[in-house]
Every structure is written in C-alpha cells, then in structure tokens.
Write a protein that binds this ligand. Structure first.
Ligand code: ADP
Length: 214
C-alpha cells in the first residue's frame, strides 16, 4: 500500500506514521527526517538545507523531489510505504504522480491552536528520532529517550517564530493539496486533535478499506 500522510506541522503525521509503519512493516519515508539526517552528517545536501529548515521555509522542489525519487527507488519501498511530509507543494505532487501510483492520502485535521501547543512542547531524540512531548507524552526521565537512552533536544524549527512561519507556509503551499487529492478521489480525513490512540482508531478502518482496494 502506498500512502501519503498530509497535514499541518504538528498535526501528528510523523508520530502516527511511525506507529503504523512499525505495526504494518511499512517503511516511513519522512523528508524532514531525511533532511535532518543530511544536516547531522554535514553532507552537501545538509549544508544547503540547514538554514532553510531553521527558518521554517521549504527546501526547493527540485532537491526534495530528487531525494524522494532516490529513496523510493530502494528495494524496501517496493511493497509500499508511508510518505510523511511529502508532497508539500503542487509541483511535488505532480512529480510524484509521474512515477508512483498512490493508493490513498490521509489528511490529518487539527486546529492551529493545538498544533502550536504540540510543537512548542515537542522533544526529539538526537540518536533515534523518537518523538516526545513535555506534557502529552513525557519520557520517563526528563531529557532522556525511553527507547535508546539518547539525548532529547528541541528542534531549531520548533521555536515560536519558526512555528508561525511553518504554519504560514503550510497554508499557502501545502493546503492546496487537499483539493488536489480530493478531486482525484484519494483523500480521507481524520480528526487528529485528540491523542495518538484516537487517531489510530479512526485510521484502522480506512487502512483496511484501502488494503482491500489494492
Ligand atoms: P513538520 O511537518 O513538523 O514541519 P518535517 O520534519 O516534516 O516537519 O519537516 C521539517 C522541515 O524540512 C520543513 O520545515 C522543510 O524545511 C523541510 N521539508 C520537509 N519536507 C519537505 C518537502 N516535502 N518540501 C520542502 N521542504 C521540506
């Protein structure tokens, strides 16, 4: 099954994609994670995208599309995948459609107020990428990852100024994808303002239906 998770920053795409991917044995392809990995490793791509990401702007389409094309060319994604954070613009969606047939798009609906609260409390493990929240999903020991013992940090783009910018970019450039995929009969909405379990409960029947259709 080839899925896209669409939604504002902080709407829960990444957390739910990690849970579903693990449960179903599907690779989660997160462009944000791939870019962060490149920054961490100091690669040429990483150097180009570091400042863009810190400001909460979008990486240029050509770079992003090339990255995804390379990733989806690897063998582990042949049987299906969850795209988390891609596409984020209409040109990205069109480029994707030219080489992949997507089975469904899950649209995570969540108010801006909830999203801002989530992003400003988010903590991420520097070593394994696991996501926590200081109030909703705190680690057992403050600042330490439950899963691997790694150090938890605040993403540079989770500072308030960047958050506001990311939400503006989302409204202007990514939200039009809702209409794009709805008009193609691929869009399925879920209300992701509750906790992780609430989202998973709504997602289950949708995924079963999509699976039967593939
Ligand atoms: P979030 O969804 O929480 O904003 P991500 O981890 O998905 O965060 O992305 C972090 C940053 O990586 C984005 O703000 C942007 O700079 C870059 N990025 C990720 N995916 C894309 C994409 N599809 N197109 C352009 N830039 C992207």
């Amino acid at each position: 099954m080839k899925l896209i998770f669409l939604g504002a920053p902080g709407a829960g795409k990444g957390t739910i994609a990690a849970a579903v991917g693990k449960a179903q044995g599907m690779p989660q392809v997160s462009t944000g994670d791939l870019f962060r990995e490149a920054v961490k490793n100091g690669t040429e791509l990483g150097l180009r995208v570091k400042g863009i990401m810190e400001r909460g702007e979008l990486v240029p389409d050509e770079l992003t599309i090339a990255l995804v094309r390379e990733r989806l060319g690897r063998r582990d994604t042949a049987g299906g995948y969850i795209l988390d954070g891609f596409p984020r613009t209409i040109p990205q969606a069109e480029a994707l459609a030219a080489f992949q047939r997507i089975d469904g798009v899950i649209n995570f609906l969540c108010s801006e107020q909830v999203v801002v609260r989530r992003l400003s409390g988010r903590r991420v493990c520097r070593a394994c990428g696991a996501i926590y929240h200081v109030e909703n999903m705190p680690p057992h020991r403050e600042g330490v990852c439950d899963r691997c013992g790694g150090e938890l940090y605040i993403r540079d783009d989770d500072r308030l100024e960047s958050i506001r910018n990311r939400l503006r970019v989302y409204r202007e450039q990514t939200e039009p994808l809702i209409g794009y995929y709805r008009s193609r009969g691929l869009l399925h909405d879920i209300d992701s303002a509750g906790n992780v379990e609430d989202s998973l409960v709504q997602l289950k029947p949708l995924l079963q239906n999509l699976q039967q259709g593939t």
